[in-house]
Design a protein around this ligand. Structure first.
Ligand code: SF4
Ligand code: SF4
Length: 99
């Protein structure tokens, strides 16, 4: 299976490790293996794989996670896969209108 990657360095995923209780729910629900558990706490191992689906946030009881969920640039990721290129939403970066 192809590994989906978000557009680099744009995901809104936020994480406060001081609130993490190590429950593993984010690891269990994340469809893209963004997290791992290290020393009984979640760590983000692949930030750019985050598709902003919000599943981890909805299952994190201590509110250690945050994300602005939505379809965002999923379109760009899919187009990148179809074209065999890096993910791109096709916006003109100089126009200030990107997503
Ligand atoms: S769901 Fe929240 S509390 Fe549980 S391991 Fe993940 S970040 Fe930590
Ligand atoms: S928002 Fe979705 S894809 Fe991103 S880390 Fe959370 S569960 Fe994984």
């Amino acid at each position: 299976m192809l590994a989906l990657q978000y557009i680099p360095n744009v995901t809104t995923l936020g994480y406060d490790p001081t609130k993490c209780n190590g429950c593993r729910k984010c690891i269990d629900v994340c469809p893209h293996e963004v997290f791992a558990l290290v020393n009984k706490r979640a760590v983000i191992k692949n930030l750019d794989a985050c598709m902003e689906c919000g599943a981890c946030v909805g299952n994190c009881e201590p509110l250690a996670l945050s994300v602005v969920s939505g379809v965002g640039c999923a379109y760009g990721v899919i187009m990148g896969l179809l074209k065999g290129t890096e993910p791109t939403c096709g916006c003109d970066e100089g126009s200030g209108s990107c997503c």
